[in-house]
Design a protein around this ligand. Structure first.
Ligand SMILES: [Fe+2]
Length: 285
């Protein structure tokens, strides 16, 4: 393979848009040091603490462990804690996302916790190669995974670089149609540090790196981001979302107050919007 598939971009390296060139060509890209460290540390502590509590609870039960149920309980707690939104708004993540999605960004509800834990028998949220577009992620959105712990080529993720450029690959019973020969060697991400952020395209073929040799724990959080000005798919509508930031054009529409641009709603008063949205509409006095 003649490219450095483990290239990691720090914020300074993104100023010439080499990250976007890498993304367009390969369908994924890894960033380092995007979050404010103390916000990331709070999130990490919250997630690993919650996991250790639930691990004890589920381990003590005689019945079969439902890995995805445990993981979704962690995700829901994290989502409702406010810590996740604080982390996403900290540092440079939104600067990067605006380059892909524009200024009006939302994060969908129902994030995922992906956990590989060799010390927890029968527990894993591994996924074999698949395309997120098969289950309703739209081509206008981005999948964004935050590595809460380190990861290497034995427990990280695999990608088929460039497979997103073929369009929506044919699926048969939740797997790539066996008749399709892509002729692309999958790569496994390596030397991933905690706090690294992975962005990938909804049409790329990817999955969990599944290896019997792995002895290390890996925890990551998966989110979907999109411009809330774009049409939603049925999956996206049913998930619901939270707005993270709004651009200047959206500010003006909201001051006018209705989609019919009815004139003079604010004539003689303050050109503003409800104070409850102050954290989103921060270009207003
Ligand atoms: Fe996926």
């Amino acid at each position: 393979m003649n490219f450095n598939y483990n290239k990691v971009f720090n914020f300074k390296e993104t100023l010439k848009n080499d990250d976007l060139k890498f993304f367009v060509k390969n369908g994924y890209v890894v960033y380092r040091d995007l979050y404010n460290k103390s916000e990331f540390d709070k999130a990490k502590q919250f997630l690993l603490n919650k996991y250790s509590i639930l691990k004890k609870k589920f381990n003590s039960k005689k019945n079969k462990i439902d890995s995805w149920k445990l993981a979704s309980e962690i995700s829901e707690n994290f989502e409702n804690s406010g810590i996740s939104i604080n982390m996403y708004k900290s540092g440079k993540l939104l600067n990067i996302l605006k380059k892909y999605l524009g200024p009006d960004i939302c994060v969908f509800n129902k994030k995922c916790s992906y956990i590989v834990d060799p010390s927890f028998k029968n527990y894993s949220t591994k996924l074999s190669p698949h395309v997120d577009g098969w289950v309703g992620n739209s081509v206008d959105m981005l999948q964004v995974n935050t590595f809460v712990t380190k990861a290497d080529k034995l427990n990280s993720m695999i990608f088929y670089p460039g497979s997103h450029l073929f369009g929506l690959l044919p699926v048969k019973n939740r797997e790539l149609d066996k008749k399709i020969k892509l002729n692309i060697k999958p790569i496994a991400l390596d030397k991933i540090k905690e706090g690294d952020v992975l962005i990938f395209h909804p049409l790329i073929l990817h999955g969990t790196k599944i290896s019997n040799k792995n002895k290390k724990f890996r925890f990551s959080i998966g989110d979907r981001f999109k411009s809330f000005e774009k049409k939603l798919t049925s999956q996206e509508s049913s998930l619901g979302y939270k707005v993270l930031c709004a651009g200047p054009i959206n500010h003006i529409k909201r001051i006018i107050g209705n989609d019919y641009l009815q004139p003079f709603r604010v004539l003689g008063g303050k050109a503003g919007i409800s104070a409850i949205n102050k954290d989103i509409y921060d270009y207003l006095d």
